[in-house]
Design a protein around this ligand. Sequence first.
Ligand code: IMP
Ligand code: MG
Length: 184
Amino acid sequence: MENVVYQGMTFEPFIKREEIQKEIQRLAVEIERDCQTDNPIFLCVLNGAYVFAADLYRAINIPKSEITFIRFKSYEGTASTGAVTQIMGLVDDLSDREVIIIEDIVDTGVTAVQLRKKLADYKPKCVKMVTLLFKPDSLKQGTKPEYVGFSIPSRFILGYGLDIDGMARNLPDIYVLKEKETQN
Ligand code: IMP
Ligand code: MG
């Protein structure tokens, strides 16, 4: 695999598509096994999680389950702004439902905490979170999600849904910003 360049920065291969798919199968088995109800609702956090959610949800065999979407934004360029904006709301009735949030990555934890707070208003039966990626050293709020694909160092990554200012979401593999070019 070759390096890719975005915004003048070089990114090197980090997690291959085959490894991602293998991890998704493992997560799907665990989520299915742990489900307490027969009609859980999966909540994909847009934009970043759309690729992961599509693959994960198709790997989960719960016939009466549903998927829905919410949109949050917290990143500008390669750093979290610390402020989370909700851009697209929820229209679904989540009351007494088992809700499983699907995230691409948990970094500072700010988005996860805000989302869980917001969901509490809908009186769900329970809320769990699955994230493909988790940066444990960056976590400032909340706790480790119930399901984690890969725990990774606090470096900026892109591809497989993750973007740099809206770009690179279509890369089938995950890339990491080359060490010497990491900002902060
Ligand atoms: P948090 O609120 O700081 O946990 O950040 C969550 C959101 O920031 C994620 O859902 C991503 O959209 C974005 N994000 C965090 N780290 C990265 C990264 O390394 N690359 C691209 N987006 C990221
Ligand atoms: Mg996101």
